[in-house]
Each structure stands twice: as C-alpha cells, then as structure tokens.
Design a protein. Structure first.
Ligand code: DQA
Length: 158
C-alpha cells in the first residue's frame, strides 16, 4: 500500500499525507539522559531516522517535542486538521494525562504510541498508560527503531 502511494505521489506534485511525530517531556535530553535506559541516540538522531523513513514511505513529517502538556494538546488538535496520523511518545505524561487521552480520542486519526524503553520491565507506575485506549497500536522497548516501525504501520493505514 505504502509502495503504491509512493509511486503515485512521485512526480505528480501531489501533497503527501503528513505524519505528526510528537514527543513529550525530557525527550529533548535524549542521548544525555539515562543512556543505560534510553540509549545514546539524540532526539535529532531520532528525527533524522523518521525523516528518512517518511521519505521512503512518501509521507510528509512534522516532528516536535515539548516539555508542556498543554502544548502537546494544542499540537494534537492541530494534527486533527492537518495530519493523516499521529505517532506519539508522550513520555511521563503517558502515565498521568487524561488531557492527552481526550485530545487523542478527539483527533479521529490513527495513533501509534511509542516508547523507547520497555515500560513493562520498569517501575510499576510506568505499566499503566492513560493514552493507550486512544491508540491503534503500541510499540515499546525497541529504541528509536520503534518510531520507524510506527511510521511504517501508519503508512499502511492511511
Ligand atoms: C518513555 C517511557 C516513560 O515512562 C518515561 O517517562 C519517558 C520515556 C520511553 O520512551 O521509554 O520519559 O516514554
């Protein structure tokens, strides 16, 4: 499906469907923050991986990070109008935020929840995700590759 769309988009000047990849608090510190858990790749590295994947999948990409819950809600609302689908690593807000759950439910788009680490191997408070009920799928524990897999899955859905 993605391949067909890629071929169709090539040379037609058609606007590509856009994936919004949204990142929550402290992910700006990737590469420096607890590398034994999150690895050495920086957020810029993750963005570069996503950009390469989106090029291959004929998807546009909006890639953002915020430490603020309300900003993430605003971006999800923006995605409701502008995105074909959402990949979200809500970081710590995963485990606390009804506001993000409500925004994702209102988005009416495919949503893939991603975590770099395997949240089920960690502290018990990380085992519950408020946003999973709004997600089409959840990927965790595969590091930055999880973002690429999420984009591939999204491309198949849209
Ligand atoms: C995380 C897991 C969360 O529990 C944590 O609060 C994060 C990152 C991950 O990508 O593994 O900040 O979402």
């Amino acid at each position: 499906m993605a391949k067909q769309r890629q071929q169709a988009a090539r040379g037609t000047g058609k606007i590509r469907p856009t994936a919004y990849v949204l990142n929550g608090p402290n992910l700006n510190l990737l590469g420096k923050r607890q590398p034994e858990i999150y690895g050495r790749a920086t957020l810029a590295d993750v963005e570069a991986l996503c950009r390469k994947a989106c090029d291959g999948l004929a998807l546009g990409l909006v890639f953002r990070q915020s430490n603020h819950e309300g900003q993430l809600v605003d971006w999800i609302q923006e995605a409701r109008d502008k995105a074909a689908g959402i990949v979200i690593n809500a970081a710590a807000y995963t485990h606390t935020s009804v506001a993000l759950l409500d925004a994702l439910n209102a988005a009416e788009k495919p949503v893939i929840e991603v975590h770099l680490s395997n949240i089920y191997r960690r502290e018990s408070f990380r085992h519950h995700s408020y946003i999973s009920p709004a997600a089409t799928g959840v990927i965790c524990g595969l590091g930055p590759k999880g973002y690429v897999l999420a984009l591939e899955a999204l491309a198949d859905m849209i």
